[in-house]
Design a protein around this ligand. Structure first.
Ligand code: 0X9
Ligand code: ZN
Length: 432
């Protein structure tokens, strides 16, 4: 049996969220707005990932194993993705991640060497901690919605909020736009986060970026970008999955969206669903797989909404897709094991990457050097619209690094994001 979900519960949660957002008061908004990073000192003192460990009892019935498999290089890693392994950690000569118990024999049949295995429940006992209260500084969907609305109320004429479409369970996919008045199209930068449900830190970085830009709107450098650019921030693309991941107060290690597949398994990997060499290497046609590419490119409302959004805005020049974790900054190709053919574009990607990692300390590399994975956001945005599109794999050493990880991740990644703004007017200036 694959993972079992409770669609009715989520629909219920969704309805609750929407009605709560509709009835919010300005005072309540202000309160919520103050929640995230109002007291950096207090945040820094919040517990790290080791604190408050508690296993989710419902993981006892989850059939996934946390496994470590010998994998000598990226080609082997790509094959493992195709078998449906949810690769989470890449180390010298090996990878670790999740695989359903029923697929363990296939590993042996295909000649892979399993170094260790434990049930997700055993793994969780060592790594889990509650979202609330220890991680209450993270924003769930309702809090994210309220925070974004708070940004808009506090910055009339500069910030606005719109829904780029609905998730499969009907939640709005919010996009915060920061642009000063004037009708002429300005070069645009797009930041998107939370393609993968459990990567909650990515939502925080996107929200932190919005807060930074708006709080510092009179700072001369930031003002220059706000005056001359169009900035879009989509902090929670996979809102359903993110909510599901925390719906019991215990993390579930959910990666995909909440699509109910034909075989009743749950979820499509949104970062395999773009029309960029769709469902070739590093992706799986099996619905239960964590790297399931869907029934067709853009079969999912979340990716389709982002596609339409990008296609309608020819002024988007740069894009950052936030994921976690691995301390990496990745650029195309993700789905092709050869360097970008266009030398000028490659120079721009490499120069931008080098500058951005000077703020984060992450490792810059071509995506496919990690593993080849087709159908991802960045390959599609670059192929289709010539956008200089990056994937950041944030820090933290786990999907759930605790509230104490937010401040540093936000601070450093905001600097990298502001650098991205500094070249968005014309990225090609870096290739001259
Ligand atoms: O596999 C992914 O979708 C990304 N990693 S994650 O752990 N956040 O799931 C990486 C996407 C970048 N593409 C390649 N490495 N090819
Ligand atoms: Zn991810």
């Amino acid at each position: 049996m694959r993972k079992i979900i409770l669609p009715a519960l989520f629909l219920g949660l969704c309805a609750y969220n929407l009605s709560a957002a509709e009835t919010r008061t300005p005072a309540a908004l202000d309160q919520l707005r103050e929640q995230p990073a109002a007291d950096p000192q207090a945040l820094a003192e919040l517990p790290g990932p080791e604190a408050g460990i508690a296993a989710a009892e419902d993981l006892k019935t989850d059939d996934r194993y946390w496994i470590t498999v010998l994998a000598s290089d990226k080609n082997v890693r790509t094959r493992l993705l195709e078998l449906g392994m949810d690769i989470v950690e890449v180390k010298a000569g090996k990878v670790s991640g999740f695989l359903p118990k029923s697929d363990l024999p296939v590993l042996a049949e295909k000649g892979f060497k399993l170094e260790s295995k434990q049930t997700i429940y055993e793994y969780a006992k060592k790594h889990l901690k509650d979202f609330p209260p220890a991680d209450s500084a993270y924003h769930n969907y309702k809090e994210t919605t309220a925070l974004l609305n708070g940004f808009v109320s506090a910055n009339p004429g500069l910030a606005s909020l719109s829904s780029i479409g609905k998730t499969i369970e009907g939640r709005d996919i919010w996009c915060l736009r920061i642009v000063s008045s004037g009708k002429a199209a300005k070069p645009a930068a797009l930041y998107v986060a939370n393609h993968h449900a459990r990567e909650h830190l990515s939502n925080e970085v996107a929200l932190g970026l919005a807060e930074h830009l708006l709080t510092n709107k009179t700072d001369p450098e930031i003002k220059k970008y706000l005056d001359t650019l169009d900035i879009y921030i989509i902090p929670m693309l996979n809102a359903d999955g993110a909510e599901y991941d925390i719906s019991t107060g215990k993390y579930k290690w959910q990666r995909k969206n909440m699509r109910v597949n034909a075989d009743k398994t749950i979820g499509v990997d949104l970062n395999r669903n773009y029309d960029a060499r769709w469902c070739k290497a590093g992706s799986s046609h099996s619905p239960y797989s964590e790297t399931y590419c869907g029934t067709a490119a853009f079969s999912e409302p979340e990716t389709l909404a982002l596609k339409k959004f990008i296609e309608a805005r020819k002024n988007i020049k740069t894009l950052m897709s936030y994921h976690s974790y691995s301390d990496l900054l990745l650029y195309p190709w993700a789905g092709l094991d050869t360097p970008l053919e266009n030398a000028k574009d490659r120079k721009v990607f490499e120069t931008m990457a080098a500058a951005m990692v000077s703020y984060t300390g992450y490792t810059p590399q071509q995506s496919s050097d990690l593993y080849v994975a087709t159908g991802d956001t960045t390959d599609w945005a670059y192929m289709t619209a010539g956008i200089f599109a990056f994937t950041t794999e944030l820090e933290g050493g786990t999907f759930y690094p605790g509230a104490g990880a937010i401040k540093k991740a936000v601070t450093n990644n905001v600097k990298a994001a502001v650098y991205m703004l500094s070249v968005t007017d014309d990225p090609y200036k870096l290739a001259q």
